[in-house]
Design a protein around this ligand. Structure first.
Ligand SMILES: [Zn+2]
Length: 112
């Protein structure tokens, strides 16, 4: 990975972190306790609680992704970044851009 690619990757990770933080904020808002007299349009309390469950799962996934992205951002300047931790082959740039937290190349990830 050359200097320019590394810089672009870093920007992509920073953007993605900002997007995840925004997502977490809006999800955290939606998982606030549902008041018993809550009347959100035609939603019954049961439906409101149901959608809350989905939001909590999504929130958990978003937080996990944010943690991985922050790890990726810490590692991006290290020489080993973008190298598969298992076989030490370079991870394709497209894959890193799509999933910067990924530490395995495609064949190794598929073997798991
Ligand atoms: Zn590999």
């Amino acid at each position: 990975m050359n200097q320019e690619e590394r810089r672009k990757l870093k920007c992509a990770i920073v953007d993605e972190i900002a997007a995840q933080k925004h997502l977490i904020e809006s999800l955290a808002e939606s998982v606030k306790p549902v008041a018993p007299d809550n009347a959100i349009g035609r939603l019954t309390r049961m439906e409101a609680l149901g959608s809350q469950g989905i939001s909590e799962n999504t929130l958990g996934a978003a937080r996990a992704k944010l943690a991985k992205l922050e790890t990726a951002l810490e590692k991006v300047d290290r020489p080993g970044f973008g190298i598969c931790v298992r076989c030490e082959n370079p991870i394709p740039k497209g894959r890193i851009m799509a999933m910067p937290e990924n530490v395995l190349c495609v064949p190794c990830a598929e073997k798991r």
